[in-house]
Design a protein around this ligand. Structure first.
Ligand code: GLU
Length: 421
């Protein structure tokens, strides 16, 4: 039996298929190819917690470190009922390439708990997080592996992890997680960072394609952290955001949605998207097929597949989510003239500002919001330019160019370090 059968899920297969295609194109050393396909370390933990009702429930948690040749491994923690080892391992691998492409001194990791967080009370969520944190305690640390928020987790969850870790060692360790509240060493601009990064790279792509933001229409799938900040910053930058959605469906207005009003009703007043009545209601499938300048899938993975790729009618696909497009959908999109900004580039703003947070924690010296924005802009636009230059020179897709760039940095680090023992 293959000892790694448990990794064999659609998402892990997608990550490996992308890696294989890039490795083939770049003629990557065979030995390295074998090493980089599998994660360095994978931990599966049982997370028992006492529910408010008094009964005990056991959840399953994971932490996977894909690679740490270039520095501590880095990546978020996901709370979602579909989380499994293969998904976490795929996300960890993408973090390795993402950090390397942006030039951050990190490897890649990811964690998750198989749970629907909205079904837990705040007290249950805290107990779950603290128990999970203490189960993965031996694997994490500011020089070892640094978690951050992802789908279903936020600054409060990071604060509980930071506290649990700090209680175990006996002193405050802000640098053990990023995406924390400001009061315990968080960074200005971290919460909106992924969305801001999506907007910065989209603006670069528009400049490249001779498009202007004031003429652009934008569709955003997903209205969580990434989607909502992307919609807001796109709107502030002058684009017309014509549709947004959450898992219940989408809201569409041809003349452009009133994004500030929508945010206040949906976030502050907790109104369901549909009840805001700020636009026409449609399914997520219909939303993905809207003609627009920019489509931002900012929900979960595998949304654009061979089955619906032919219906996508955007000029730029800016992948806010991780793995939103399957490999077989790529050539269909390219044939239709869609310019793809791949996930490891488009959504790297989050981990870039996580890096700033970790640096600020280490220095105990904190930066202004404008410093964060300027440095984020510099790093992400440089990564974009490097990718486009590579894709033109090597006549390859943006996705392959980004992956090959990231993989090459990691390969160089492995070749320099050699194989132990
Ligand atoms: N979860 C985010 C991602 O997928 C951020 C990770 C981080 O900041 O470490 O990129």
């Amino acid at each position: 039996m293959n000892p790694r059968n448990e990794l064999d899920t659609p998402m892990f297969r997608l990550a490996v298929a992308q890696f294989d295609q890039a490795a083939e194109l770049m003629g990557l050393d065979r030995n390295l190819r074998e090493r980089l396909k599998l994660p360095d370390r994978s931990l599966i933990v049982s997370v028992p917690i006492r529910m408010d009702s008094g009964t005990v429930k056991v959840f399953t948690g994971y932490r996977v470190q894909h690679d740490s040749a270039r520095g501590p491994s880095k990546g978020g923690i996901r709370y979602h009922p579909d989380v499994n080892l293969g998904e976490v391992a795929a996300l960890a691998m993408w973090m390795t390439w993402k950090c390397a492409l942006a030039g951050l001194p990190y490897g890649g990791a990811k964690g998750g708990v198989r749970v629907a967080p909205e079904q837990l009370s705040s007290a249950e969520l805290q107990r779950l997080t603290r128990r999970y944190a203490s189960e993965i305690f031996p694997m994490i640390g500011p020089d070892q592996d640094v978690p951050a928020p992802d789908v279903g987790t936020d600054a409060q969850v990071m604060a509980w992890i930071m506290d649990t870790y700090s209680q175990q060692v006996g002193y405050a360790v802000p640098g053990v997680v990023t995406g924390k509240p400001l009061s315990i060493g968080g960074s200005l601009g971290r919460e909106e960072a992924t969305g801001r990064g999506v907007v910065y790279v989209t603006l670069e792509a528009m400049r490249h394609l001779n498009l202007t933001i004031d003429q652009a229409t934008v569709v955003v799938q997903g209205f969580g952290n990434v989607g909502s900040h992307t919609a807001r910053i796109m709107h502030e930058a002058g684009a017309k955001v014509i549709a947004v959605s959450d898992k219940t469906g989408g809201l569409y207005r041809a003349g452009g949605l009133d994004i500030p009003m929508l945010l206040s009703r949906y976030q502050a007043e907790k109104q369901p998207l549909r009840d805001t009545k700020l636009g026409e209601w449609m399914t997520n499938e219909e939303l993905l097929a809207l003609p627009c300048t920019v489509l931002v899938p900012a929900a979960l993975s595998e949304q654009i597949t061979m089955d619906n790729a032919a219906r996508i009618r955007c000029r730029i696909l800016a992948e806010g989510a991780n793995g939103p497009t399957t490999l077989d959908a790529d050539p269909i999109l390219t044939d239709q003239g869609v310019f793809i900004i791949p996930d490891i580039l488009a959504n790297s703003g989050g981990v870039i500002v996580s890096y700033f947070e970790w640096v600020q924690d280490a220095q105990r010296f904190f930066w202004k919001a404008t410093d964060i924005q300027d440095r984020l802009h510099e790093i992400i636009t440089t990564a974009f330019q490097r990718t486009i230059e590579f894709s033109t020179r090597r006549r390859t897709s943006m996705r392959m160019a980004a992956l090959m760039n990231g993989i090459d940095h990691v390969a160089q680090a492995h070749l320099s370090r050699g194989l132990y023992p």
